[in-house]
Design a protein around this ligand. Sequence first.
Ligand SMILES: NC(=O)c1ccc[n+]([C@@H]2O[C@H](COP(=O)([O-])OP(=O)(O)OC[C@H]3O[C@@H](n4cnc5c(N)ncnc54)[C@H](OP(=O)(O)O)[C@@H]3O)[C@@H](O)[C@H]2O)c1
Length: 397
Amino acid sequence: MWVKHFSPFVQGKKMDRSSDEIYMRRAMALAEKGKGFVNPNPLVGAVIVKNDEVIAEGWHEYFGGSHAERNAIKNIENSGKDWTVAGSTMYVTLEPCCHHGKTPPCTEAIIEKGVARVVVGLTDPNPKVAGKGIEQLRKAGLEVVTGVCQEEIKQQNRVFLKYITTQRPWVVMKTAMTLDGKIATGNGDSKWVSGEKSRYRVQAMRAEYMGVMVGIGTVRQDNPMLNVRMIEGARQPIRIIADSRASIPPDSQVCQTAAKQATFIAHTDMAEAEQLESLHKLGVETILCEQIWKKEGKGEQVNLNDLMLKLGVRGIDSILLEGGGELNFSFLEQHLVDEVVAFIAPKYIGGRDAKTPVEGCGWERMADAMTLKDVSVERIGEDIVVHGYPHLSGYCN
Ligand SMILES: NC(=O)c1ccc[n+]([C@@H]2O[C@H](COP(=O)([O-])OP(=O)(O)OC[C@H]3O[C@@H](n4cnc5c(N)ncnc54)[C@H](OP(=O)(O)O)[C@@H]3O)[C@@H](O)[C@H]2O)c1
């Protein structure tokens, strides 16, 4: 257990708003440790403070596991020290639950153990909680402060917040291109556009989000595995492929490994029953989606809106969209992208047939361009990474 004196700035001082923020930031850092393990649950961290000293910490570690508040309380009880929770302040990033889910209500434990003050970051929008946890604590006579670091916690839990309020996955579009805007050479070679450090980052993103998605064009060209190789113990994402006719070659790597790593093929009713059956035999799950008419003579394709709904029903809260350009454009066009991470490698490959990160029929006027907000730029090794959120995302919180 990690217990340490953590409050050099507040020694001997009365608790005030700024010390609340310091402890809440610590709780947020703990919450972060659940990334990639708790989906579709929220990231939650808790810190218990008594006499200006952190006496215990906890976080929601994995889906179905104990909540942060109970983990923190348990950590005190297992510490072997004669600390008691009674009279303490608990900092928790998300409102404590008050209902019986996979675990008993946290409010019960908090009241029972005699916590005196609870500082909550964000009210839980889950209709089963939604302010009722805070109400229960107040009714039991505890002092409750809310909204500390609220905006940062909303940002940390953006995947959960979208999923719990819309039952649709949060979509992160990741692209990697050269300085001349290409994602592969004219003959389709794309290994590798970005440097090793960027590729490691992408692997970490695959472990963080529940699904990773590509179009059938990418499977045909690259025959990718779409797994996490560089990070030991990481959770493998569910692979999702948009393939209207379910025409994926059964000997592709994703099909051949479907029994070990979940693989979904999103198709329309154009798919042949025989082909679907042979995919099922390999362990591939097929999802029948509505069709959408595509321009440029592409005919009917998978209706991505319908697919998002169906993935949400399956408990998938987040998708890392890895292209290619045709699929990326469809996602953008339908306002289904919530976040963008664009890697730019300092190299040129040229070639008028070389593909770009977003293709499709495009928008006709510059004024119609899909623009990003809250843009930030980072260096990873030799590469530049642009991060932002599309102005026109179907979801606005
Ligand atoms: N550098 C990178 O970051 C990166 C990442 C990924 C891919 N790539 C490269 O990109 C190239 C492949 O890209 P691509 O654009 O040809 O293929 P793609 O986007 O991977 O796949 C497009 C195909 O997906 C199917 N699809 C089903 N529903 C769709 C929908 N609603 N909207 C759009 N497509 C839908 C369509 O085939 P059906 O009509 O048959 O269903 C469509 O032709 C490869 O060369 C690959 O190496 C590079």
